[in-house]
Design a protein around this ligand. Structure first.
Ligand code: FA5
Length: 340
């Protein structure tokens, strides 16, 4: 029996040395330790041995089984380690290689210019308000002193949703909403999209953007309005910018003015953008009509206000020398990528 055990052990060890992968080791386990394996066959021989020898035989065969199992486990561990080493070597990442560049988007030119204007007014102490694009006729027109059938409604061709609801034609209804909600002193700007039934051409779009401004307080005068607008335009276009206040008409301001500023493209020399005038109209403004203040519950004897409204699209086009407003809405990435 001892000879047999020795023989099986040395055979197992030789086979083990030749086994180069996990499959070969599994085959080896079956061949020696499996149900029909040579060690299991030895166990069966115990029954035929003399009773006093059986215990020792059993112990020797168990020792043999343990030795072979241990040797297989040991070989398995070595193979797995070397497989892991090979895999790590083949999968090694070169962390010094440059990464893939992610394509970065850019802000829309309207957003860039809006941020610039907003920051100027924030520095002057204005708040930023917002209002709905679907607006009550009451706020868009009536409370701004533009009753139904009033001829000044023709100044703004309107998209009606129903008799009393419109797509706002300007940001001025936010003035009304603010004055109804807050007590003076009020100092706010309101950016937003507005809608008019205008035919599309190089300077008109049925959807465009305005920024409204409103100041209401005691002792507010036309001089404050001019000072604020002049400071804003100088900061936005440059210190040498000149402004011209021309009389204008808006039902919700009295007196009203249209403001021209030195054309930032030609510096006042005259160019196609300003049609040779050297100045370009940039906004409408005026002292809030006392009728509007009263309608919002503000006593015009105690308070006065001024308001202004500018076309963001027009200011953006002048700033960048864009000659067609449609470029701002077509979302052509070749155009938009120029503002990175
Ligand atoms: C108004 O809308 C007044 N609410 C502005 C105002 C506010 C005056 C507060 C006084 C006090 P107006 O209709 O002029 O005004 O429009 C203002 C600006 O919007 C214009 O100067 C122009 O730059 C721009 N604008 C008007 N129509 C269009 C359009 N179809 N496409 C692009 N921009 C336009």
């Amino acid at each position: 029996m001892k000879e047999k055990i020795k023989g099986i052990l040395s055979e197992a060890m030789q086979t083990l040395q030749a086994a180069g992968d996990t499959q070969a080791l599994n085959d080896l386990r079956v061949r020696f330790l499996g149900k029909k394996g040579s060690v299991t066959a030895l166990m069966k021989e115990i029954g035929a041995a003399a009773p006093e020898e059986r215990a020792e035989m059993g112990k020797m065969i168990n020792d043999l089984r343990s030795k072979i199992e241990e040797a297989i486990e040991d070989a398995l561990r070595k193979i797995k380690n070397s497989e892991k080493k090979d895999r790590l070597a083949s999968e090694r990442a070169d962390v010094t290689l440059p990464g893939h560049k992610l394509p970065l988007g850019s802000l829309h030119p309207l957003t860039i210019v809006y941020h610039e204007i907003r920051d100027i007014f924030l520095r002057m102490g204005f708040d930023v308000h917002e209002g709905p694009e679907v607006e009550c006729d009451l706020y868009n027109f009536e409370m701004l002193n533009i009753p139904k059938n009033h001829p000044s409604r023709d100044m703004q061709d309107t998209f009606y949703i129903s008799d009393d609801v419109v797509l706002r034609t300007h940001t001025s209804p936010v003035q009304i909403r603010t004055m109804l909600r807050e007590k003076p002193p009020i100092r706010m700007i309101c950016p937003g999209r507005v809608y008019r039934c205008d035919d599309v051409d190089a300077t008109h779009s049925p959807v465009f953007n305005q920024i409204e401004g409103l100041v209401v307080d005691k002792h507010v005068t036309l001089a404050n309005l001019k000072g604020t607008i002049n400071s804003f335009l100088k900061e936005f276009y440059g210190e040498n910018t000149k402004t011209k206040f021309r009389p204008g008409y808006f039902p919700f301001t009295e007196p009203s003015a249209e403001v021209d500023a030195t054309c930032s493209l030609c510096g006042g020399e005259g160019c196609p953008a300003c049609k040779g005038a050297g100045m370009i109209e940039v906004l409408g403004c005026g002292m809030v009509n006392p009728v509007v203040l009263t309608g919002c519950g503000i006593d015009p004897e105690e308070y006065a206000g001024f308001a202004f409204g500018l076309g963001l699209d027009r200011l953006t086009n002048i700033k960048y020398g864009i000659t067609d407003i449609r470029l701002l809405y077509e979302n052509d990435v070749r155009f938009l990528n120029q503002f990175k």
